[in-house]
Design a protein around this ligand. Sequence first.
Ligand SMILES: [Zn+2]
Ligand SMILES: [Zn+2]
Length: 135
Amino acid sequence: MFEKEIEELKSFNINPSKQRVLVLNYLNEHSDKHNTVDDIFKAFRDNDTKLSLATIYNTISLFKREGLISNVTLPSGEVKYERDRSNHIHFECRKCGEIYNMKMELSDNFLKEYNDFTIESKYVLLRGLCPNCQD
Ligand SMILES: [Zn+2]
Ligand SMILES: [Zn+2]
């Protein structure tokens, strides 16, 4: 059980303690979502596997530092975490609050125009209504 998570942690040189395996398993099982520390905390509270908020917070910080997960910071200040580390931008629905991943490459024209800049990361957040919330 949790062999996948144990292997993943080892491949990032993280000691696979029980809490880390459980938190990573949650993120893998909810890989279509962007999760707050609180989301993860509540899931474990309801599951009667007791993980303290501090434990989850520390575990998420470690995962982020080691590059196992990425995060999106919303204008509200809320920070959400996900396993998907691919190159993508985010769309936040103003009605249901859902966060969607969207693929967006910087165009050749853009890169040519700003070729004297070294771009190291990209944080783009689009907002509006998702397909489920149109009228
Ligand atoms: Zn929506
Ligand atoms: Zn995302």
